[in-house]
Design a protein around this ligand. Sequence first.
Ligand code: PEP
Ligand code: MG
Length: 758
Amino acid sequence: MPVSAAQSARSILNDLHEVMASRANAQSKLNRVVDVIGSNLDSEVCSIYLLREGMLELFATRGLDQDAVHVTRMDIGEGLVGTIALNAETLNLAEAAAHPDFSYRPETGEDRFHSFAGVPIVRRERAVGVLAVQHAEPRRYEEVEIEALQTVAMVLSELIANAGLVDEDEAARLGPALTGPERLTGLALVKGLGSGIAVFHQPRVTIEHVVAEDTEAERQRVYLAFDRMRDQIERMAQQAEFGVGGEHEEVLETYKMFAYDEGWGRRINEAIDSGLTAEAAIERVQQRTRMRMRQIDDPLLADRMHDLEDLANRLLRIVSGQLGTAATVGLKQDAILIARNLGPAELLEYDKRRLKGVILEEGSLTAHVVIVARAMGIPVLGRVRGLRGKLREGDALLLDGDSGMATVRPSPPMVEAFEARFAKSRERQAAYTALRDVEPFTRDGTRITVMMNAGLRDDIPNLALTGADGIGLFRTEFQFLVSATLPARERQTRLYRDVLDAAGDRPVVFRTVDIGGDKVLPYLRHNSGELEENPAMGWRAIRVALEREGLLKAQARSLLEAAGGRTLNVMFPMISEPWEFEAARDVFESQVAFLRARRKPLPQAIRYGAMLEVPALAECLDVLAPRLSFLSVGTNDLTQFLFAADRSNPKLAERYDWLSPAILRFLARVLHSVAGHRVDVTVCGEMGGRRLEALALIGLGIRRLSITPAAVGPIKELVRKIDIDEITAAMQGWLSSPPANMRAAITEWANARDIDID
Ligand code: PEP
Ligand code: MG
């Protein structure tokens, strides 16, 4: 009757239990371990090699010459044993000597043995040793035997760690599979440079106990963990109501498929049967899956493998109670955060002083997490494929958000070169700082208003640092996003007042809450409880505010009170039709009446504005313009609606260009529609913070920009090089007969005039 892997592992583990419980010293335990394994697997040879002083040393053997113990040593990567440690991979060979890495060690007397199987002994993801069996007969070991060996190797890793037989720090330095520098390339989402150690947003769980005391209890723990994990996934799928879409949905589908996969659960159960703890069983099955997947060279499958890794890690976190993200634990040193994707609120949980960069597998330029990172001055590299397989927690990282790449485990010369660039970039920053008090006039004397975008209390100092002309977009929803509960009116008032105080004479434009889309508030449930297929085009921004009038009223009161005695600029997001603007303004006016009746201080003046983000509004601008004090063009949303391209869908991240004739012509028409009305027009989307785009906008006739604080200096510098008549004429030419590549044409134009547009 064939034995199962669980049975053979079980019988070895039973015997090992006794060995481990005995009071013998570590060496005699290892001597007994090789006997137990050898006899159970009917192998003439069983040997344990452990890492010592950077080399793999034969620590115990049954079947090889005993004189070789503590004498035979090999480098990582040398011979079969060294290869197993280097790649942290199993070898199973009918004829050992036929393998190209075979290296013969005469002192062991191993020439009599033909077959060879070895598995790595892994501790904290690093190989700390190798467990090998050999046999005189040339035969490949059965899969059940290999699996039993792998299970035993897990147990051994615990025994070895408890006995302090290997130096784990040394093992960490000798990390087998991931060594040496590696370059990661992706899409530069937020420019800038940063260095630190890699920290996984979802940390990997460390498994402390491998051998179970009570198998039934372990089984129950896994059942419960599966239940909780499935619940979490169902909830994630429901929360998809707010702006996920695209790849996220595929991921959720895959998650579901794995979470309910019976085969996975069964294999974990079998591993528990063999005597492992729930954690070790999950990891054991994961190791086996990893091994199998590695043999299949298919990028699609590799992606799915990441999903399964994510899920196995989630299951491990639940079962071990090691919940929470790296933010919960806190950053101990300068760090680069690694994640598949993040929400804006998740990013805000990190300690800004230690967070030096973010690398994402997904991400797009206008996703809110990226906007938040930009506001925080944290470089972000996105769209790095297979990211999490290329580095380990704690690896050194240099992130170059300017050129869209990062270097893992850099060599000293690479670090030096990076430091030099860092110093240069700081110099450039200092040059921008010097522009702080310089007013941005074009060469021909036109004053361009350069304001900054903000949303957090932390942004306030940027006003003084950049010398921006004010805050052209204050995203009030950020306060809601970082809050665990709906911010009370007093808290809102306090923030708005502090912002106004800091701005002094400079204007601040408060945008009423723009939630929904990719800005999810866990405490604000969807009104009808229904899922939305297209949340970016769904119940969000002014649509939510007009329906949840209490929310808008409270915000109106807070803003009116905060701006007592001053000018209040209020702007409504996602206005599609004039009546929405009027309805929102009425909510404010009713609060004005309320405060007036109570003789409360009121703003000296209230200026109402609308955001142009929905193309439909452009068709009615002539109707709305007389009622507006200002119009702010949100090119992030406008672009997604003009092109019908979800701004948070990474697959579309690079597809459409802000410098396309469609957008530029659209903006030209908008300016034409409001010409003759006393309406200030500002562009407050991310587009305005990029030099080439800003040049184009000025060419179109835009004179007011509100941009990310880090861009204020570079844009001021740009403005001072522009001649308005020249760029206006060029733009008119491009608009009437668009070049095949608008970006290339404008770049060439700027280069010819020595205008720096990088
Ligand atoms: C925009 O859509 O361009 C905009 C400025 O608003 P947000 O990015 O916050 O949606
Ligand atoms: Mg918007």
